[in-house]
Design a protein. Structure first.
Ligand SMILES: [Fe+2]
Length: 479
C-alpha cells in the first residue's frame, strides 16, 4: 500500500502532487546493501543523480508541485555494486525554515508579500534549488527554475557545499538548465526576471569563473526555461508565454499565452555582444526542454520538445488550474535556422507521442547527435512518465520501453559504459516507482536496445517521489 499523506497544505483540497507517488519523504538515507534483480554491468561506473521537490514542512497556503524543497536522490555504481543516498539541498531558505521548525514562505500560488526573501532579481519566492543537477568542475550544481543561486553539492556524499557564486564572479541568478560543453569545459547560462534587463546571458570559463555576460533586449518579461549551444553559438528563446501583468500587480501569479506573437529564437556567438544576436521567428509555442542543437552547413539545427497549446482553457479552482498547467503535452520537433537567409523551417520529428525530459550523450552537447532518449508522458491528469522512447535521427526509427501498469520513471540520462565510443554505447538509468506497492527501484537498460527491458533492477530502501531532472556523472569525472 502507498503510505498515507505526510505533508498537506492549508487549502483543504487534496493535492495530487502531495499524494501517492508524489508524496514527500522525510528520511535521509544512506544504503549500500541493496537487492539486485539481474546483474549490474561491471562497466557502468558513475553516479545517477536526480533532483525534485520534497516539502519538509506543511506549506503556508496552497502547494504547487514546483514549491517543494529540493531533494537529490543518487545511486553510485562502482564495479557492479550500487549505493543509494538522498539528501535535501541545504538552501538558505531550507536552513531558515529548519531553524524555525515550520514553513516561512508561501509558494507560487499565493501572494508572496510576507516571504522573508527571494532571489537576487527580487522575485519574492523561495529558492528551493529543486529543479536540475548539473555537473561542472568536480561538483554538482542544484538549480531552480525561476532562477536562483546555484548550490554546490558533493556528487557522492550529496553534502551541500553552499551557495556557489562561481568564485565570486556570479552577479545575479542562474536558470535551471545551463549547458556544459565538455569539449571546452565551458558552461553557458542565462537568467531572467520581471524587470529589465529581462534576459542576461553568460559563459563560465573552464577555470570556473564568469568570463562573459551580456544583457539582452526582450519586448517584455518572459519565462524561458532552457537554451541550446552549438560549436560557435548559443540559442536563447523569446516565447509568447509570460506572466500576466495585471494579475502580477494584484500580487497573483498567472500565465498568459499570446497566440498573436511569434516564437523567437536568438542566435548569438558564444562570446557575442548584445548587438550580434540574430532573431529567428517561428510559430507560437512554448518549450520547456531542448534535446540538442548543432551546426550543419550554414544552418543551426535544434531539436526540442515543443508544446503547441501551453495555456489550457477553463477556469477551475486554483488547484485544478495548477494541475492543468503542469500537465506536459509536448512533441519532438525540429527547427532549422538558416544563417544565410535568416529564415526558419520547422516541423515534427514525432507528431504522435507525448515525450519530454530528453537526454542525449552529454559528451556531445552542442554537436551533432544521432540518438535522443525521452520519457513517455502517460495519458493521465498529472505528470507520470510511463516509459522511455529512443529516437534515431538518421533512420527515423523509434523504439519504446514501458514500465508496466502503475510504474513510473524519472528522466533517464545516458550513462556511457567504460570505454564507450558511441552515443548508444552505454546504458539508460532511471528511478522507477510503483504506485501500488509504494516502492522504488533503479532500472538499468541497454541504451542500444531499450525495448529489451532492464538488465538490472536495484531495489531501494524507500520510495523516491516523482521529481524533476537527472544527470549522470561518469567515474572519471569524479576523480
Ligand atoms: Fe526543466
Amino acid at each position: 500500500m502507498v503510505e498515507s499523506v505526510v505533508i498537506v497544505d492549508e487549502s483543504g483540497e487534496p493535492n495530487p502532487y502531495l499524494l501517492g507517488v508524489y508524496a514527500p519523504v522525510q528520511d535521509e538515507i544512506t544504503a549500500d546493501e541493496l537487492t539486485v534483480i539481474g546483474r549490474i554491468p561491471a562497466d557502468l561506473n558513475g553516479v545517477y543523480l536526480r533532483n525534485g521537490p520534497n516539502a519538509r514542512f506543511p506549506m503556508k497556503g496552497r502547494y504547487h508541485w514546483f514549491d517543494g524543497d529540493g531533494m537529490v536522490h543518487a545511486v553510485h555504481f562502482e564495479n557492479g555494486r550500487a549505493r543509494y543516498r538522498n539528501r535535501w539541498v541545504r538552501t538558505r531558505a531550507f536552513e531558515a525554515e529548519s531553524a524555525a521548525g515550520r514553513s516561512l514562505w508561501t509558494g507560487v500560488m499565493e501572494n508572496p508579500k510576507d516571504n522573508p526573501f527571494g532571489n537576487a532579481r527580487g522575485l519574492p519566492f523561495k529558492d528551493t534549488a529543486n529543479t536540475d543537477v548539473i555537473f561542472h568542475r568536480g561538483r554538482v550544481l542544484a538549480s531552480w527554475y525561476l532562477c536562483g543561486t546555484p548550490y554546490g553539492l558533493d556528487p557522492l556524499s550529496l553534502e551541500t557545499l553552499g551557495a556557489d557564486t562561481l568564485l565570486d564572479t556570479l552577479n545575479g541568478d542562474f536558470m535551471a538548465h545551463p549547458k556544459v560543453d565538455e569539449r571546452t569545459g565551458e558552461l553557458f547560462w542565462f537568467d531572467y526576471g520581471p524587470r529589465p534587463p529581462y534576459l542576461r546571458y553568460g559563459v563560465v570559463g573552464p577555470g570556473g569563473t564568469v568570463e562573459h555576460c551580456v544583457e539582452l533586449d526582450l519586448p517584455g518579461a518572459r519565462l524561458p526555461h532552457d537554451m541550446a549551444i552549438t560549436r560557435n553559438h548559443a540559442i536563447l528563446m523569446d516565447l509568447p508565454l509570460y506572466q500576466d501583468l495585471d494579475a502580477a500587480r494584484q500580487g497573483r501569479y498567472k500565465l498568459t499565452f499570446n497566440r498573436e506573437l511569434p516564437s523567437r529564437f536568438g542566435v548569438i556567438p558564444r562570446r557575442g555582444q548584445a548587438h550580434e544576436i540574430r532573431w529567428f521567428e517561428a510559430k507560437p509555442c512554448y518549450i520547456y526542454h531542448v534535446v540538442n542543437a548543432w551546426e550543419e552547413d550554414d544552418a543551426i539545427v535544434m531539436d526540442v520538445c515543443r508544446v503547441s497549446r501551453p495555456a489550457p482553457a477553463g477556469n477551475g479552482s486554483p488547484l485544478s488550474r495548477m494541475i492543468s498547467y503542469l500537465k506536459l503535452d509536448a512533441r519532438m520537433y525540429r527547427y532549422r535556422f538558416d544563417l544565410r537567409t535568416g529564415s526558419t523551417s520547422e516541423g515534427y520529428v514525432d507528431a504522435d507521442h507525448n515525450t519530454e525530459f530528453p537526454s542525449i550523450d552529454a559528451r556531445s552537447t552542442g554537436y551533432p547527435t544521432r540518438y535522443a532518449y525521452n520519457v513517455s508522458v502517460a495519458d493521465a491528469a498529472t505528470n507520470l512518465f510511463d516509459g522511455l522512447v529512443r529516437y534515431d535521427n538518421v533512420t527515423g526509427a523509434k523504439e519504446t520501453y514501458f514500465y508496466g501498469p502503475g510504474r513510473y520513471g524519472s528522466e533517464a540520462p545516458f550513462a556511457p559504459r567504460d570505454g564507450s565510443t558511441g552515443e548508444d554505447d552505454g546504458y539508460l538509468v532511471s528511478f522507477v516507482t510503483d504506485e501500488r506497492e509504494g516502492r522504488s527501484e533503479v532500472q538499468i537498460l541497454d541504451a542500444s536496445r531499450i525495448s529489451d527491458g532492464p538488465l538490472a533492477r536495484v531495489l531501494l530502501p524507500q520510495r523516491v517521489p516523482l521529481g524533476f531532472h537527472a544527470t549522470w556523472v561518469r567515474s572519471e569525472q569524479l576523480r
